[in-house]
Design a protein around this ligand. Structure first.
Ligand SMILES: [Zn+2]
Length: 248
């Protein structure tokens, strides 16, 4: 099978229907899923591992939280996102099944983006995408998905660490380009409101299960569409029955 390179238009010969390939004409890294072929980009970290604790201290201070008393050794992980530039502000959509709000409302990294190069990853962990581009677009834009141009795959570096903040053990992801802190949950006493995070455990489990099914690349389009629809209905039902955003 031959497909045109989205970067230069050259015809790329494909052996497989999914995976990573390089364009022989412009050397762009490409990612291939059942819905098409897209450029594969990478954000370069701007912060080193030694800066994680100072950045976390500053964040705790800004949140009115106690200074972290200890922190595990930060672990650099590149997480995959589909990136959409259309319709106002650019948007990152997780390319793996997850429903935690910290991953679904991410600011765009302030950093140089480069063509994906395995040499740049070094010994860091690289998570591969498991949700196809078209499914991510449908989830993020709903009925408008057809009018949104397909997204590019971007890998964004995060330092993952566990810290003791007061009496609480907190899992944090620190985005390695901008130094922004994304905690798994807001500890009690933090200034930022927890609203929007109290989404409800059942809704989270249902949503996760739905996204997991979508991620399995079910071939008949009508079946995938039905599953996406059912997930949406289930989530809507959870929200309507949980109007105050209380934890279930
Ligand atoms: Zn090309």
């Amino acid at each position: 099978m031959k497909v045109p390179c989205p970067q230069c238009g050259g015809e790329v010969q494909l052996q497989e229907t999914t995976g990573f390939v390089g364009c022989p004409f412009c050397a762009t890294s490409l990612v291939l899923d059942l819905t098409g072929v897209r450029p594969h980009l990478l954000y370069r970290p701007r912060h080193g591992a030694a800066e994680v604790l100072p950045l976390l201290r500053r964040w705790c201070d800004a949140q009115g939280l106690p200074t972290p008393s200890s922190m595990s050794i930060p672990h650099l992980v590149y997480h995959p996102f589909w990136r959409y530039g259309a319709q106002g502000r650019p948007r990152l959509v997780p390319a793996w099944p997850v429903l935690e709000t910290r991953w679904t409302d991410l600011a765009l990294p302030e950093a140089e983006q480069v063509i994906y190069d395995p040499a740049a990853i070094g010994t860091a962990q690289l998570d591969e995408p498991s949700i196809v581009e078209a499914a991510a677009r449908q989830r993020a834009f709903g009925g408008a998905a057809a009018s949104v141009p397909p997204g590019d795959l971007v890998h964004v570096p995060f330092y993952e660490a566990q810290a003791m903040v007061g009496p609480h053990r907190l899992q944090v992801s620190l985005e390695a380009c901008s130094g922004r802190v994304y905690p798994e949950r807001m500890p009690p006493g933090a200034r930022a409101s927890g609203a929007g995070q109290g989404f409800g455990m059942t809704a989270a489990v249902l949503g996760f299960a739905g996204m997991f099914l979508e991620a399995m690349l079910i071939p008949p389009a009508w079946l995938a569409a039905t599953l996406v629809g059912l997930t949406g209905v289930a989530l809507y039902w959870m929200l309507v029955n949980n109007p105050g955003g209380r934890s279930l």
